[in-house]
Design a protein around this ligand. Structure first.
Ligand code: FPP
Length: 229
C-alpha cells in the first residue's frame, strides 16, 4: 500500500489530436480541454487532494502559431474570471508556477486578482503552470541560491527557491494523450513521483478515469530507495 496521495500533477496533452479526430480546429480541443480541467479540479478537491498542479502552457509553447497562443490565453483568462467563484466556494488557493511577467496583460490581471482573492483558501492548492519551464525554474533557483550566505546554502533553502516552495513533491504524475515524456515539467520535484501515462486525449479525460488511476497508485509500492519492511 502506498502512502496517502496528497499531490497530483497533470500534463494535459492531446487537445489538438482530439480536435483533429472530430474534424475541428485545435482551439475547439483546448476549449473542451478547459471543461475537463474544471471537472478534474473540483473532483480532486472532493477527494481531499492537497495539491493539484496543471501544466497549461510551457515556455516552449510560445513557438506555436500566434492564433493558437491567443486562443489558449483567452480561454485561460475566461477560466480565471468565470471560475473564481468555484475556486472560492471550494476553498481552493490558486498559485502560478511560471513567469508572470511574460503573460498577456488580460491574463495577468485575471490571474493576479484570482490569486489575491483565493490566497487564504486552505482546502487545496491549485498550481497553474503558465510560461513554465522546469530547467528555467532550476536555473533561476540556482542563481538566487548563489547569492545566499554560505551558512544558508542548505538543500531545504534551495528547494524553497522553486515556484513550488514549501509544498510537498507530487506523489503522482499523470500525462494524457499517449506520449511518454516529461516535457520539461517539474524535473526536480518528480524525483520519487509515480508516473502514469494514459492514452486518453485530455478533452476525454474524466473523473472516473482519475479514480481508476488513483486505485492503481495505491497498488504500487513506493520504496523511495529503501528495502520494503
Ligand atoms: C496540450 O495539448 C495542451 C496544451 C498545450 C494546453 C493545455 C490547456 C488546456 C487544457 C486548456 C486550458 C486549461 C485550463 C486549466 C483552463 P496539445 O495542443 O499539445 O495537443 P496535441 O499533442 O494533440 O497537439
Amino acid at each position: 500500500m502506498s502512502e496517502s496521495l496528497q499531490h497530483i500533477a497533470i500534463i494535459m496533452d492531446g487537445n489538438g489530436r482530439w480536435a483533429k479526430k472530430q474534424n475541428k480546429e485545435r482551439s475547439f480541443g483546448h476549449r473542451i480541454g478547459a471543461d475537463s480541467a474544471r471537472e478534474i479540479i473540483t473532483h480532486c478537491r472532493a477527494l481531499n487532494i492537497s495539491y493539484l498542479t496543471l501544466y497549461a502552457f510551457s515556455k516552449e509553447n510560445w513557438a506555436r502559431p500566434k492564433d493558437e497562443i491567443s486562443t489558449l490565453f483567452s480561454l485561460l483568462t475566461e477560466f480565471l474570471t468565470k471560475e473564481l467563484q468555484t475556486l472560492l466556494k471550494n476553498d481552493i488557493c490558486l498559485k502560478l508556477i511560471g513567469t508572470f511577467d511574460n503573460l498577456p496583460i488580460t491574463t495577468k490581471t485575471a490571474l493576479k486578482y484570482a490569486c489575491e482573492k483565493t490566497k487564504n483558501c486552505t482546502g487545496m492548492v491549485l498550481n497553474l503552470a503558465l510560461d513554465y519551464s522546469s530547467r528555467n525554474e532550476i536555473f533561476l533557483a540556482t542563481q538566487k541560491f548563489a547569492l545566499l550566505e554560505k551558512e544558508k546554502q542548505t538543500e531545504e533553502n534551495f528547494q524553497n527557491l522553486f515556484f513550488t516552495a514549501h509544498q510537498i513533491d507530487p506523489d503522482l504524475l499523470i500525462r494524457t494523450g499517449g506520449e511518454k515524456r516529461l516535457s520539461n515539467f517539474l524535473l526536480y520535484q518528480l524525483a520519487y513521483t509515480e508516473l502514469y501515462f494514459s492514452d486518453t486525449f485530455w478533452p476525454d479525460f474524466t473523473p472516473n478515469e482519475l479514480d481508476e488511476i488513483i486505485k492503481k497508485f495505491y497498488q504500487r509500492q513506493r520504496r523511495f530507495g529503501k528495502i520494503p519492511e
